[in-house]
Design a protein around this ligand. Structure first.
Ligand code: HPA
Length: 278
């Protein structure tokens, strides 16, 4: 079946649960931020496995659902749980929810994630606005026949992370008294963490953070000319910087430690998101 036909079925199903409400911001909650969805009011909750053509989770116990409702006075469509390439999904599957957002009429995308800190002047727990990314791997969600209905074959990436939204987030952080970094996110496929040499390479290449998500989503969003913003929670120093092995527990612990600050910032950004970027 054709992508647009699938998307229109997906859209119809989701709309049937919304009582005419129109979400304006798509929000993806990364590791540690999932609880923020509880703050969404009058929420319609839809499990991914009930949504036609949504990728099917292969991970046991994997919590994946859309939470659609009001946050800070705006109607948001929130993904509680995203699809990662390392889980075995194709790039098409990874970005299917972003395309769903677009056909639902959403033009604003707010991406969050947990990432390893490559910049040695920073520390775990710092929050970083993503100003640009580096995709080293060859895979690209737009490889193959171009879905013309969604965007052009060749498309600009210089505005993948919207500059107005970056400034807005900086200002929001400042007003809330939250320290904020700005930097470059580099995608590795995972699920292995990077080697120490790969992290040195990432730093030489200009990266400030490394992670296993977000980039495919930002590419698909650019293709569809959505206004995108991304924030990374730097949960750990990337491999080889400290003389200790990396583990997922540290990622979770730091996520837990900063989740209140991170949530406060995300909410403030939703509140301030300018009309012309919706
Ligand atoms: N590397 C890749 N992804 C990550 C890391 C890391 O160090 N920390 C959290 N997500």
């Amino acid at each position: 079946m054709d992508l647009m036909e699938k998307l229109s079925e997906t859209k119809a199903y989701i709309e049937s649960k919304l009582d005419g409400r129109k979400p304006v911001i798509g929000l993806i909650l990364g590791s540690g931020l999932g609880e923020m969805a509880d703050a969404i009011e009058n929420a319609a909750i839809i499990d991914y496995h009930d949504i036609p053509y949504f990728p099917v989770s292969t991970v046991p116990g994997h919590k994946g659902r859309l939470v659609i409702g009001e946050l800070e006075g705006k109607t948001v469509l929130c993904m509680q749980g995203r699809f990662h390439y390392y889980e075995g999904y194709s790039m098409d599957e990874v970005v299917y929810p972003i395309r769903t957002m677009k056909v639902l009429g959403i033009n604003a995308l707010f991406l969050t994630n947990a990432a390893g800190c490559v910049n040695t002047s920073w520390k775990p727990g710092d929050l970083m606005i993503i100003t640009d990314h580096i995709k080293l791997i060859a895979e690209n969600p737009l490889r193959g026949r171009n879905p013309e209905e969604l965007g052009n074959r060749f498309f600009d990436m210089t505005r993948a992370y919207d500059k107005t939204l970056v400034s807005m987030t900086e200002k929001a952080a400042e007003d809330l008294g939250i320290g904020i970094r700005k930097g470059i996110y580099m995608l590795f496929t995972g699920p292995s963490f990077e080697t120490a040499a790969e992290v040195r390479f990432a730093r030489l290449a200009g990266a400030d953070a490394v992670g296993m998500s977000t980039v495919p989503e930002a590419i698909a969003a650019s293709h569809m000319r959505m206004n995108t913003m991304g924030i990374s929670c730097l949960t750990n120093m990337a491999a080889g910087i400290l003389d200790q092995p990396l583990n997922h527990e540290e990622v979770l612990e730091t996520g837990e430690r900063v989740k209140r600050t991170f949530s406060a910032l995300v909410r403030e950004c939703v509140k301030r998101w300018p009309e012309e970027k919706l």
